[in-house]
Design a protein around this ligand. Structure first.
Ligand SMILES: [Zn+2]
Length: 262
C-alpha cells in the first residue's frame, strides 16, 4: 500500500526521511486518486484502519512522521476531530507515538527492519526471554540428548573450567555451552530460536556491561552452576536441571540489576 497521498515509495535505506520533511504528495492537487477514497460517512474507525494498513505495509517506516492532522483530514475528507480520534486509537494500539508540538510518529517495525532486534533489546530483556525459553529447553535436552551430546556438553564444561577468567572468552564459552544444550533438544525450531537469542547476546549493550558484571568470582560461580547443570542433564534429572538453569538465569538477572543501579 502506498503512503496516504501520492508520494514516491519510501526510501528504506536510511530509516525514513528526516523528521519535519514535508509529505509532499498530500499537498498535490489530486493526491488521493486510486488510493484513498474519501468517505466521511465511515468515520474514525475506517480512517484508523487505513492508516494502520499503511503502517503495517511499510508505507511509513519506524520513527517516520505521519502527515499532519490537517493534511490527513483533507486526504480522508473528514474533520480534524475525526482524524484525532483515529490517531488516538492508533496510539492506544501503540502503533504511533504523538508528541505535542511535533506530530505523530510511527512506532512499528516491519519484518525487514527487525534485523536490528539486538539493538533494541536490553540485557535484562534478553534474560527475561531466556527465562521463558531455557527451562523447557533444558527439559527437552534431558529427555532427548544422546551420548554424543553428553560428551560435547562435558567438553564444553571442562573448557570453561580450564578457561581464563577473561569476561570476553568466558562469554563465548558460555554461549557455546548453552547452544549445545539447545542442540541437544534435537528440535530444529528450538535450535533456531536459541541461535537468535545468542545473536542478541553478542550485542554492544551487553558488551558494555559484561566487564562490570563478570568478575572472576562470579565466573567461578557460573562455572559451578554450569557443572551442576551438566551433571543433572547427564543423570537425566529433569526437575533438577530445570531448577538449576532457572536459578542460573535468576542469578544473572540479579547481577545485571546490580550493575544497572551502580
Ligand atoms: Zn550460562
Amino acid at each position: 500500500m502506498a503512503k496516504i497521498g501520492a508520494r514516491a515509495p519510501a526510501d528504506r535505506s536510511g530509516g525514513g526521511r528526516p523528521a519535519g520533511a514535508p509529505a509532499a504528495g498530500l499537498l498535490a492537487p489530486r493526491p488521493m486518486e486510486g488510493r484513498i477514497v474519501p468517505d466521511p460517512g465511515r468515520g474514525s474507525a475506517w480512517i484508523t484502519a487505513q492508516i494502520r494498513q499503511a503502517i503495517v505495509d511499510g508505507a511509513y517506516g519506524h520513527g517516520e512522521k505521519l502527515p499532519a492532522e490537517r493534511q490527513l483530514a483533507e486526504a480522508f475528507g473528514a474533520s480534524r476531530t475525526t482524524v484525532r480520534i483515529a490517531l488516538g486509537q492508533l496510539e492506544e494500539e501503540r502503533l504511533v507515538t504523538r508528541r505535542v508540538g511535533s506530530g505523530t510518529f510511527v512506532n512499528y517495525r516491519s519484518r525487514g527492519e527487525t534485523e536490528d532486534i539486538a539493538e533494541v533489546t536490553s540485557p535484562i530483556e534478553l534474560i527475561e526471554v531466556r527465562l521463558g525459553v531455557e527451562p523447557h529447553m533444558v527439559r527437552l535436552a534431558v529427555l532427548n540428548s544422546t551420548a554424543r551430546d553428553i560428551d560435547r556438553l562435558q567438553e564444553a564444561v571442562e573448557r570453561m573450567e580450564r578457561g581464563s577468567t577473561d569476561p570476553e572468552s568466558f562469554t563465548q564459552l558460555d554461549e557455546q555451552f548453552h547452544m549445545l544444550i539447545a542442540e541437544s533438544t534435537h528440535n530444529p525450531l528450538m535450535v533456531w530460536i536459541y541461535r537468535e537469542i545468542n545473536d542478541v547476546r553478542c550485542h554492544a549493550q551487553w558488551a558494555a556491561m559484561k566487564d562490570k558484571v563478570l568478575t572472576s568470582e562470579r565466573i567461578a560461580e557460573y562455572n559451578t552452576q554450569h557443572r551442576n547443570l551438566f551433571e543433572t542433564i547427564r543423570s537425566r534429572d529433569v526437575e533438577g536441571a530445570v531448577a538449576i538453569v532457572t536459578n542460573h538465569l535468576h542469578y544473572a538477572r540479579r547481577q545485571l540489576l546490580g550493575a544497572g543501579s551502580e
